[in-house]
Design a protein around this ligand. Sequence first.
Ligand SMILES: Cc1cc2nc3c(=O)[nH]c(=O)nc-3n(C[C@H](O)[C@H](O)[C@H](O)COP(=O)(O)O)c2cc1C
Length: 207
Amino acid sequence: MSVREMLLKRRSVRHYDVDYQVSIETLSSLIEAAAKSPNGNNIQATRYLVINDPILRNQMLPVAFNQQQVTEASALILILGDYKAFEKENIIRIHEQGYQAGYFTDQLRDYLASAAIDYYANKSLEELKIELVRDASLAAMSFILLANEAGLETITMSGYNSYLLKKVLKIPDGFLDIMLIAVGKGVKSGHQTVRHEVNEIVYLNTI
Ligand SMILES: Cc1cc2nc3c(=O)[nH]c(=O)nc-3n(C[C@H](O)[C@H](O)[C@H](O)COP(=O)(O)O)c2cc1C
């Protein structure tokens, strides 16, 4: 199926086969590919907390306003941003890895690393948050398409209490919770949804 066909077919699915299990190996392989998505300066700030423990999932139910997919889907993935990724040491390490892999010269390594360090140096917390959300969103969509390709359905969720989520999942400071994705075998297709006509959302040269 082409990417276009997959995008047209995809729906947010809210009903899942409770007996269907998706292995951690399968999820890791989907995440591994999703992590190839573009990300600012390749600092790789997106993290994926896979939640398949039934006790934790039950605890997550009230956190996510009793949305049934939290317990019924095979797994929940919490997409997080890691503020540590902006640290100089991480940026240098990643560019060193690229150099060691033979992907660029030492000159390019140093240029890219210092450009990335400078880029983040004077950003406010709000701006860094946007960076995290931007990168994570691209990876999240890749994950959704990869899951669909593997015959699985998903639903993205921001309908949860962030404070309680961090408490239940014991998320350390320094991580931004960005979205939940439930993944599993759908038993009821998601309802169809409308979209604006393309001429309502596209502007040419000026808005
Ligand atoms: C960031 C984000 C958060 C969402 N949160 C929820 C949610 O908490 N609960 C829910 O039922 N759907 C949620 N959705 C799904 C949207 O309602 C859905 O994508 C939209 O209605 C379009 O439907 P479709 O995905 O089937 O095309 C969310 C989607 C996104 C992208």
